[in-house]
Design a protein around this ligand. Structure first.
Ligand code: SF4
Ligand code: SF4
Length: 94
């Protein structure tokens, strides 16, 4: 009988980070972001304590749902994540 190794725990979003609501650009999305969001600018739906006011609502851009917490992206600090996401933004700019 073989033993299965336990599934690795899912990586969770860090409280009070919000880096992925600041660093990336977001294409125009109606009705939430009709003009899109430039890189490096906090999303207008991000609260001062880094929560999303559209969380769980259909207006939340699909981009946001597609960005999953990941150790490589999130690292161990907000500063790391901002830097990593800014680098990605730079590399993927059209
Ligand atoms: S960068 Fe990662 S830890 Fe920070 S808000 Fe986004 S998903 Fe959460
Ligand atoms: S809509 Fe919410 S999840 Fe998406 S960037 Fe804005 S604050 Fe972040």
């Amino acid at each position: 009988m073989s033993e299965r190794s336990p599934e690795p725990a899912a990586f969770e979003c860090r409280p009070a980070c919000g880096a992925c609501c600041v660093a990336p650009s977001i294409a125009p999305t109606f009705p939430a972001l009709p003009e899109g969001k430039p890189p490096g600018v906090p999303c207008p739906h991000l609260t001062r304590d880094f929560r999303c006011t559209l969380w769980g609502r259909p207006e939340r851009p699909s981009f946001c749902g597609s960005l999953k917490p990941d150790p490589e992206m999130c690292g161990d600090s907000r500063e790391y994540a901002l830097s990593w996401l800014s680098d990605l933004e730079e590399k993927t700019r059209p």
